[in-house]
Design a binder for this molecule. Sequence first.
Ligand code: FES
Length: 580
Amino acid sequence: MTNPTDERGGLNKGLTNYGDIEFSLFLRKAFIKGAGYTDDALQRKVVGIVNTGSGFNPCHGNAPQLIEAVKRGVMLAGGIPIDFPTISIHESFAYPTSMYLRNLMAMDVEEMVLAQPMDAVVLIGGCDKTVPAELMGAISANVPAIQLVTGSMLTGSNKGERVGACTDCRRFWASFRGDQIDAQEIAAVNNQLVASVGTCSVMGTASTMACIAEALGMSLPGAASPPAVTADRIRIAERSGAQAMKMIEQRLTPDRILTGRSIENALRVLLAIGGSTNAIIHLTAIAGRLGIAIDLERLDAMSRDTPVLVDLKPSGRYYMEDFHHAGGLVTVLRELRPLLHLDALTVTGRTLGEEIDAAGQGFAQDVVRPMARPIYREGGIAVLRGNIAPGGAIIKQSAATAALMEHEGRAVVFENMQDLAQRIDDEALDVAADDILVLKGIGPVGAPGMPEAGYIPIPKKLGRLGVKDMVRISDGRISGTAGGTIVVHVTPETAKGGPLGLVRSGDRIRLSVASRTLSLLVSPQELAARAAAAPAGATDPATRGYRKLFLTAVTQADQGCDFDFLRGLPTGESVPEKRG
Ligand code: FES
């Protein structure tokens, strides 16, 4: 419900109505003057700044500097900036999993943007789930909003070798598990993996979402790539504050920027950067807030004609700071130009095509390849279907082992995380290098929160023999920083009665990435008999609180794991557009 004073903007917005709206304004100004504001300041347009700084979130460790710079930009443009907190989610400090909290943060952002008087908002986010949460909340609030990511961390060095979180975290830990490096070296590596504040230094979920925010038009051109501790990052922050003021004048709300065409641009970029599989879930949730569906079959078709161009780990060699030095995202956008919707609007009020043109010519570099010389001939992500994934499954083919992408093997099944922890390193475990590891019970409801546990560790006894990769299948997720032949997002999940729950150790499974199939080689009659004998996967009951809300309302991966009651009314639109 709005008040008659809302259209005046600034502090007049969203006044509590006691029956005398001018008294409400009088009261509000009296309180904020307690912080030393003048009447001159309080008559200006207000730009809110979402402050996600937290001692538990080193990925946002530069939030104070960013806020200071955003404030400078807002004030230079004649407005008044006011920062406010929301919850902050770091991947390693969010039990049971950060994904469990993404929707809570989205609700926090939406409600606080609407509850407090602001004419525009700068969304400071960075660590994996924070950017999608902020975009989801901003879409639902539909107040002019601009995304500002914290930027990537610097890389460190171990014995002269460059290292960075978290692709190298997994590589070194696998070497430690396989007795290839000792306790002293792994401790030394631990000091080097995260060399500064900022988000993971590879093309993991945070970097992917930073690129997606720019491709969507929701952040300034060039905003995705500057590392957290650089002057470039601080300048982007100042400019984001100033741009928020222009967006107020232009009434540039998220519903004008985010359309099916901008979502399609973001999907194209996701495939070309070899981005995180998590971004499919987040983009599905973002599109869902707009009432737009993502068609996985058409996404897969798009993947077949979108090569991976960015040579960053985990698909390639380099790190985010190299990507920035190579020109950042516009270097990719220039290559993708014929495949993009250039008329999509951005936060600048200009179109994506105009911004690509304004960036001028590129220069010689080796991090972003031309279309004619990609690092992988198809898009980074492939969509699989089959009798154990009727709602689809995902594999990051650009980071998989080529020899395993056409593979048939014997299933070695773990019923849940506890079962995995108890048996994976058991010397008596019946497992061989060409087996397929299956982990059940880690879907959106099952875990709950769909943890990034799809990166099932290689059993120690195989690791010691030098086995680096195996086909692994689960209804969970993997970190965007992880590599390997790993099938995730199997839908529906086992806790919702998905057929993955019917797989038994010893069954044969066939994976064919070329034909996009994932098949359990068990007869339909046998599967029907197993289904009749087995109840749907059990979930710990929740009687109260956020957990109850989560388990009641969370949707499956193919719906973006958003809460069903937060999704927009369906418009009937689905992306990518049908071609041919
Ligand atoms: Fe925050 Fe990787 S842990 S971006």
